[in-house]
Design a binder for this molecule. Structure first.
Ligand code: AHR
Length: 506
């Protein structure tokens, strides 16, 4: 069996890893909020109705930032419906998910929950039915200290200090024909610019001061959109100097009808990398055209595996129906691990990312109404990456074999190597996409005297295996014997079709 050699040198950095690449997303969709993070009367609910068992898993997952309240939902959402005394809150039709929104949970509840969860909020404003004025008023409600109508309304609602929300998404997927009041690129660019300027003017800090607001403008919904990548160029040409981030979204799906379903699915990570490269090139193109010194980064604020084509079975016009509750298989986890590697390997430009979503809706955490919580298969690679994928990503060069798939060519051994100088730690996240065991040599000589502290593997003979409430530990990481390191070379045998994590110290 030919050995795969992977070489990484500590002086060849891809970039610094922003912790916000381990963000996630909570939308008013299905049971994400109601029966997900919020369920008054649940045995673990606190006095605010926040489920402590869910909070514990979110802390374990290591999520630093959470985008809210949508998603498609935000394009029809009036944030003013979700504040003030609960008894006076209006029920509304949610056209995005044909559900009833009770508005029992709104901005103040989300902020309180964030504090409890130890996460930073990333708020999205409505650019569908909403106006720049609505966005400004939400900003005033959240961030202005006092002495104006909306800041005093917040105080009246019991919150004296401003929330100081730093991350603001200006709309969601505005090029999607499914988006409530979607727009063409020129119209969105203009509206986003006007909104961005108003938020900047309202911010107490200058754009380049630490703590100033960070604004995310909408890129194309995904790379199969007919408008991609022209949409991104046009929007950026209008908003470049005000934007800090351009958003990217992408979901991958296992398609049994595809010519080679498994290999095509395993090609996803490579495709995500090409998508990022193109958007990065578009950003640089606009920057150069504008002769600007300002840097715009990528907020990959929706990514995951999602069986988009699966029918939605919940009836219309009920509150919190069970929607998009994907059960993640071992195979999904393998692709998911590769997607995480792609984000790490593009950390020079991807400075924020949100796993979509966090609880119940295409999520790593599932809840039972009145019952327990479950870690799906994808929970684990995310937890390892958020805990250990810190510091910087090191460029890795490998000679591994490739396989053909729907997207083109992809590597059989898909890896990301990170270095945390403070912890004197080097980590390797490695997916083996081969149906055979593979010998891998990791050449890490430049880090000096390394020892392997931890080696864990996720592997299953059944690619369709899932974790269930009855069998919650069917697909979990299994500790292995740490590997030997000789002359800066670590030799390891990777199980067929496996996700692996190796941690070294020096
Ligand atoms: O995350 C589910 C949905 O996917 C979001 O509401 C939308 O932004 C995307 O199309």
């Amino acid at each position: 069996m030919a050995k795969t050699k992977i070489f990484a040198d500590r002086n060849l950095k891809v970039g610094n890893i922003d912790q916000n690449i381990y963000g996630s997303f909570l939308e008013h969709l299905g049971r994400a909020v109601y029966e997900g993070i919020y369920e008054p009367g649940h045995p673990t609910a606190d006095q605010d109705g926040f489920r402590e068992d869910v909070l514990a898993l979110i802390r374990e997952l290591g999520v630093p930032i959470v985008r809210y309240p949508g998603g498609n939902f935000v394009s029809g959402y009036d944030w003013k419906d979700g504040i003030g005394p609960r008894s006076a809150r209006k029920k509304r039709l949610d056209l995005a998910w044909t559900s009833i929104e009770s508005n029992e949970f709104g901005t103040d509840e989300f902020m309180r929950w964030c504090k409890k969860a130890g996460v930073q909020p990333m708020l999205a404003v409505n650019m569908g039915t909403g106006t720049p004025k609505d966005a400004l008023e939400l900003f005033e409600y959240c961030n202005h200290p006092s002495g104006t109508y909306y800041s005093d309304l917040r105080r009246q609602n019991g919150v004296q200090q401003p929330y100081g929300v730093q991350y603001w998404c200006i709309g969601n997927e505005m090029d999607g024909e499914w988006q409530i009041c979607g727009l063409d690129a020129e119209s969105y660019g203009k509206k986003a610019l006007q909104t961005a300027r108003m938020l900047r003017w309202a911010d107490a800090k200058k754009a380049d001061e630490p703590g100033a607001v960070k604004l995310v403008v909408c890129g194309s919904c995904h790379c199969d959109m007919p408008t991609y990548p022209e949409w991104d160029r046009i929007v950026l040409e209008q908003t470049y100097e005000e934007a800090n981030f351009l958003s990217m979204h992408r979901y991958y799906e296992y398609r049994p009808s595809s010519p080679d379903p498994l290999m095509d699915f395993l090609g996803s990570a490579e495709n995500m990398g090409e998508f990022i490269d193109t958007v990065k090139a578009t950003i640089r193109y606009v920057q150069t055209k504008k002769r600007s010194r300002h840097r715009v980064n990528i907020s990959f604020d929706e990514w995951n595996i999602w069986t988009v084509s699966a029918p939605r079975t919940a009836p219309d016009w009920v509150s919190a129906p069970a929607l998009l509750e994907d059960r993640y298989t071992f195979r999904d986890m393998l692709v998911f691990g590769g997607l995480l590697n792609t984000l790490l390997n593009h950390c020079d430009i991807v400075k924020a990312a949100c796993l979509a979503q966090l609880v119940n809706v295409i999520a790593p955490i599932l809840t039972k109404k009145g019952g327990g919580v479950l870690r799906q298969t994808t929970f684990y690679p995310f937890r390892y990456a958020s805990q250990y994928g810190r510091g910087e990503t090191i460029l890795s060069i490998s000679d591994c074999r490739t396989f053909d798939n729907f997207y083109g060519e992809a590597k059989r051994i898909n890896e990301a190597i990170t270095h945390d100088a403070q912890e004197r730690q080097v980590c390797a996240f490695v997916c083996n996409y081969s149906e055979n065991a593979e010998d891998v040599e990791l050449e890490l000589r430049s880090f000096g005297d390394l020892r392997c502290e931890e080696f864990v593997t996720m592997q299953s003979a059944d690619l369709g295996a899932i974790n269930t409430f009855d069998d919650p530990a069917r697909v979990v990481p299994v500790p292995q014997e740490p590997c030997a390191v000789c002359d800066g070379k670590a030799e390891v045998r990777l199980a067929p079709m496996s996700w692996n994590f190796l941690r070294f110290r020096y």
